[in-house]
Each structure stands twice: as structure tokens, then as C-alpha cells.
Design a protein around this ligand. Structure first.
Ligand code: TRP
Length: 452
């Protein structure tokens, strides 16, 4: 039975199923929590502008690169590299991806735990009546600095993730995304319209969409690029793993395009909810950081009749969106243990989930609790290092490996199995060989000047 399970690798049911699952991975707290946060901290519209460029010019290139490697080899990142270049140190790219995945999962699940806590708060009526910015601020600070409660919610998120992963790819991932992602999308549109019609919304819109190019600098570019990788789930092999379940006849180019498009659309819409609300109802600053969206969402719900119901729906869907992403983070290390080390899915999911839980504890405490940890912003550091630097470096290595170790010609051979014409091949070749790796390296050098 063990052998049979192993030899029957999961497959997506159809191309649409893949697009939904990959969008489920991409769309999550990265769009709704992290994107508005980094926009607010990095000058608003100018950041949005650089972000969109990063997605189109670099994110798409890397997305197609990962999917192609995955589908060609039908393996997890470590196995994929081993398949293309056996017994070489390049395998390290796969291990870096596994480490990055576990570390991102650790703090990401803490924030997902916050979303779960906010769901409970909304249901129990904590945000009823007229909420001001000051009240919302206080509620968040009190909530996030209560370590015991957050720890339990965090454990719940990791537990659910490990449970779903232990059930396997198709049964686990596909079922969730099919129905719930479209509902999330409609709800976000509705909230965006409400935010735009608040009196005083214009100031928020101009902060968010009218770029002031004098604010452009290296930090903005670095964070925009890092955010593009984070939001698109790139740079650590998630899309290699998801690509490995795609059928040979599917069109990778249009699939990659759809995932990039839907992910970016949701992020942009999340900003359209947050910034007009923030400027229309004072009390929270755009630079509020990790707590930003948790402070702003209750404000908009207080401006909608039946706000409690909308709030409940919203936090439920946010939690689901977060869990379809945590699943994809945990799937990478688990697929490695199952494919390469013959572990059972159950055991692998349990072990990797536990490790991630342990690494996440200081992130829980960094928002309060132990004084010692409040001085060092552990979560902020993990978010910066693994969520920007490690992903950018991983994306660089993946492009470099594809272009100079495997070879662009062979990659194009794989792509044309499902897209016979692949009209944009010259552009993609240029990007994957030169533009993308060089741009990432230049930006990574900027990091040293920022950090130093
Ligand atoms: N992209 C997800 C989000 O925006 C988070 C995520 C899932 C991720 N898998 C990833 C980020 C892999 C980086 C790498 O919420």
C-alpha cells in the first residue's frame, strides 16, 4: 500500500483546478495583510508602481521558470534539481527553499492566528457600535500582546495546515479553493466600493495611487521586489512543487499569467479598502506596520449596516485564504520527505509542522509578553530576512540554474508541450538569462547598504 501511494503521484483535476490551487497559494495574507503594510511604510503609490513593474517584469519570469522545472521533473524542489543535475551542489537551492518555507510558515501562521482571533472577536461583538481609530488601535495592541491566546490560535492554524497536508494534494488543496476564493473576491470588491464612498476617501486614494517619485529609493525597490516574490509564492520552490502536479498538455504560460494577474488584482483591491478608510477615519497611521490591517478593517465594518455579518464573513474567508497559503508552504518540505526519503505524508506533516511551530514561538512573543523579546522585533526580522532576502536570493538561483545549468532551450521544449507557439519565447529567454538575475543581484546589493 505504501508503495502504491508513492507511485501514484497526485495530479490536479484540470487546468482550472491548477490555476485555483496556485492562486490559493498566492492569494493570502501576503495580499491582504503584508501588501498594505509595506505600501504604507514605503511611500504609498510610488511603491505600488514599482511593485506592478516587479510582478510583470520579474515575477512572471520566475513563475514560469518554477512551473516549468516542476512539470518537467514531476518532483519537489530538491528532487527536481537532482533530476536535472544529479549529485551536484545545486541541490542546495532545494534545501534553501525548504528552510525558507518552514521559516515563513512560522510567522505567517502567527498572523493567521491573529485573523482567527479577530474572527472570534467579530462574532462575539467586540467591534459593535462606532469604532474610532484609537479604539481599534487599543484592541489590537491588547490582543496581540496576550501571548497565551495568540499561541493557542497559532497552534490551531499549524494543526489545521498539517492535517490537510497529511491528506494529500488533491483532496486537501483543491476542495477548499474552488468555492471559497470566488466568494472572497466578491466580498473584497464590495468592501472596496464601500471604502471608496466614505467621505474623505480622496486623500487615501491619492496616497495610494498618485505616485510621488521623489520618494523612490533603494529600500522601496527592494521591498517591492520582495513583496512580489512573497505574494506570488516564488523563490522557494512552491511553484516547482505545484507545477509538478500539472498535466503535460496544460498551457504553462497562460496559467502563470492568470496566477500573476489574480494575485495582483486582489492585492490592489485590498489597498483600495485600507487606504481610503484609513484617511477617512483618523487614528491609525499608514506606517502602523504589522497591525495596520487589523486596526483598519474593524473601522470599515463599523460603517456598513450589518457590519458584524460582513466582518464575520471577511475574517472567515481571510482565514481560509491564509490556510490555502500555509498549505503550500508546508507542502514543500513534506513533498521532499515523502518523495526523497520515503516518509509517510502523515509523519512528515506532523514533524515539519512541529518544527515550524517551535520557530514561531518567538514571533508570538515579539508582539508582547516577554519583555526580552519585545526589544528585538523577531517577527519583523523573520519577515524581512526570509520574506524578502531569502526569496529574492532563491529566485535568483532558480533562474540562474534554469538558464545556465539546465538550459533555456530544454525549458522551452517543456513549455511548448502545452503551448505549441509560445510566442513570447524571445522575451522570456532574455529575462530569465539576463534581466531577472541581474536585477535581483543589483537589488540584493542594495540590501547590504540598507542593513549596513
Ligand atoms: N503567497 C502567499 C501570500 O501571499 C504566501 C506564500 C505561500 C508564500 N507560499 C509561499 C510566500 C511561498 C513565499 C513563498 O499570502
Amino acid at each position: 500500500m505504501k508503495y502504491k501511494e508513492r507511485s501514484e503521484r497526485g495530479r490536479w483535476g484540470s487546468k482550472i483546478a491548477f490555476i485555483l490551487a496556485a492562486s490559493g497559494s498566492a492569494i493570502g495574507l501576503g495580499n491582504i495583510w503584508r501588501f498594505p503594510m509595506v505600501v504604507g511604510q514605503n511611500g504609498g503609490a510610488v511603491f505600488v508602481f514599482v511593485y506592478i513593474l516587479s510582478v510583470v517584469l520579474i515575477g512572471f519570469t520566475v513563475m514560469l521558470a518554477e512551473l516549468t522545472i516542476g512539470r518537467h521533473t514531476q518532483k519537489n524542489p530538491v528532487g527536481a534539481i537532482e533530476h536535472i543535475k544529479p549529485r551536484s551542489p545545486w541541490k542546495g537551492i532545494g534545501f534553501l527553499g525548504i528552510l525558507t518555507g518552514i521559516c515563513i510558515l512560522s510567522f505567517y501562521s502567527v498572523v493567521a492566528g491573529w485573523a482567527a482571533g479577530y474572527l472570534i472577536k467579530t462574532v462575539s461583538g467586540a467591534f459593535r457600535g462606532n469604532i474610532t481609530g484609537e479604539i481599534a488601535d487599543k484592541i489590537f495592541t491588547e490582543f496581540s500582546s496576550n501571548p497565551l491566546q495568540v499561541l493557542l490560535l497559532f497552534l490551531l492554524v499549524i494543526g489545521i495546515t498539517a492535517f490537510i497536508i497529511s491528506k494529500g494534494v488533491k483532496g486537501g488543496i483543491e476542495r477548499w479553493t474552488k468555492v471559497l476564493m470566488p466568494i472572497l473576491f466578491l466580498l473584497i470588491i464590495f468592501l472596496a466600493i464601500r471604502a471608496l464612498t466614505l467621505p474623505g476617501a480622496e486623500k487615501g486614494i491619492s496616497f495610494y495611487l498618485k505616485p510621488d517619485f521623489s520618494k523612490l529609493n533603494g529600500t522601496v525597490i527592494l521591498f517591492a521586489l520582495g513583496q512580489a516574490f512573497f505574494s506570488l509564492s516564488l523563490g522557494m520552490g512552491t511553484m516547482i512543487t505545484y507545477g509538478s502536479y500539472i498535466s503535460k498538455t496544460d498551457n504553462l504560460v497562460s496559467s502563470a499569467g492568470w496566477v500573476c494577474f489574480s494575485d495582483t488584482l486582489i492585492a490592489i483591491l485590498a489597498g483600495i479598502i485600507i487606504f481610503p478608510t484609513l484617511f477617512a477615519i483618523p487614528g491609525v497611521e499608514p506606517t502602523a506596520g504589522t497591525g495596520l490591517v487589523f486596526k483598519v478593517f474593524p473601522l470599515i465594518f463599523s460603517k456598513i449596516p450589518g457590519g458584524q455579518i460582513f466582518g464575520t464573513l471577511f475574517f472567515t474567508l481571510l482565514l481560509v485564504a491564509a490556510i490555502t497559503s500555509t498549505i503550500s508552504l508546508l507542502e514543500v518540505p513534506v513533498a521532499y520527505l515523502v518523495d526523497e526519503r520515503n516518509w509517510s505524508r502523515k509523519k512528515a506533516a506532523f514533524l515539519m509542522g512541529s518544527i515550524s511551530f517551535l520557530i514561531g514561538i518567538p514571533s508570538v512573543l515579539s508582539s508582547g509578553g516577554l519583555r526580552f523579546f519585545t526589544k528585538i522585533d523577531f517577527m519583523g526580522w523573520m519577515n524581512f530576512f526570509f520574506g524578502n532576502v531569502a526569496l529574492a536570493f532563491g529566485a535568483f538561483l532558480i533562474c540562474f540554474f534554469l538558464a545556465y545549468v539546465w538550459g533555456v532551450k530544454k525549458a522551452i521544449g517543456e513549455i511548448t508541450l502545452g503551448d505549441i507557439r509560445f510566442k513570447m519565447w524571445p522575451l522570456w529567454t532574455f529575462s530569465v538569462k539576463f534581466f531577472t538575475p541581474i536585477a535581483i543581484i543589483i537589488i540584493l546589493i542594495f540590501i547590504r547598504t540598507i542593513a549596513g
